[in-house]
Design a protein around this ligand. Sequence first.
Ligand SMILES: Cc1cc2c(cc1C)N(C[C@H](O)[C@H](O)[C@H](O)COP(=O)(O)O)c1[nH]c(=O)[nH]c(=O)c1N2
Length: 242
Amino acid sequence: MHAVRTPASPDNSFEDFERDAVYRAIFTRRDVRSHFRPDPIDDAVLARLLTAAHHAPSVGFMQPWNFVVVRDMGRREAVRDLFLAARNEELPHIAGERQALYRKLKLEGICESALNLCITCDRRRSEGSPLGRWHNPQMDLFSTVCAVQNFWLAARAEGIGVGWVSILDADALKRLLDIPEPVVPIAYLCVGHVREFAARPDLEHSGWASRLPLADLIMSETYAGAGEEALKAACVAPGADR
Ligand SMILES: Cc1cc2c(cc1C)N(C[C@H](O)[C@H](O)[C@H](O)COP(=O)(O)O)c1[nH]c(=O)[nH]c(=O)c1N2
């Protein structure tokens, strides 16, 4: 689909403009809930995004994912009802002083987006040959999350917004989408063209949370280890923590 260029550089690194484009996708990707436009996504574009997802890394090259495209508005309204019920169940578990803010947050764009996409993990796909999963059977789930992130970043590059809705009862969602028992719905995504990509995460803008300083998250040698001061200083250099 895309020609693979022979690297110009002897160390296989990208040209500057290519590297900048990768970082631009990473730093300007947003979880989109409120800026969706209703116009449809071209199938050729959606196919590129799904191809990007399908080229994610996976344990034992298991490729455990499937992609359930949900366009029907009746079904999406039913998912939205699941969201509303799940939000009511989640609310009492939010610290009391934050519940008013939680209620005000826009946390999904299920019906406003062009389409919904459920990315699933079929846990049976490496049955009998669990390369990389024998000690850590959850690696198939993690592999599927890699596919979600590929989709999300490729979508940003295409100007398409993605919002992940996890405030859903997984069993109810499985029934609604006829997902068989050994298959796990990993990500329910709202996908569509957007009016804009916000400069900051919505949850930062609303005062819910802010980005932690990267330097505080780096340890040296062990989880308790101090050090790596030069690396930490480099992390707060202009542009490194957008
Ligand atoms: C696994 C998982 C699950 C969810 C999310 C993300 C991820 C990774 N996020 C989006 C999340 O709030 C968002 O990524 C952060 O607030 C950071 O914002 P940006 O993604 O950088 O815009 C999310 N957002 C939302 O409005 N409703 C939701 O149910 C969820 N669920």
